[in-house]
Design a protein around this ligand. Sequence first.
Ligand code: SME
Length: 160
Amino acid sequence: MYDFRFDASDKPTLYRELLQALDALTAGEPDAVANMANAAALIGEALPELNWAGFYRLANGELVLGPFVGRPACIRIPLGKGVCGTAAAEQRLIRVDDVHAWPGHIACDAASRSELVAPILCGDRLIGVLDLDSPRPGRFDAADEEGCAVIAALLGERLA
Ligand code: SME
């Protein structure tokens, strides 16, 4: 049984705790689906105010839904489309404070109001994206960007 505790009151410490747990859970496990599934579950437990946390994988030139926690989501996203496809195509982290004000946002859950998408790279190779949605506008800030970038870097090794 895994029982990780996330009780930090500040974001940098919370992301450190999350990174440690993720490192421990995925170390030595070569199966990418298993690692994405546990990562999504862990992120869903650790980070408050999320309604969706999960992965889209690059497969045959488009993003395809991977393991997640949350409501059923759109399955395929072309590169360059939506927040996920744009983050993947431009290989950069994108934070959206208000999804209603972001042209091209793809609504999978009507409750989502803000979003953070981090590309996952192994070296130069794009593997997919980590996507976090929140029902609260402006839920994500610079500390979330930093924390998620570090998590995406670890996952780049563990999902390769
Ligand atoms: N909102 C995303 C689509 C994926 S869902 O949020 C799970 C986008 O615009 O790419």
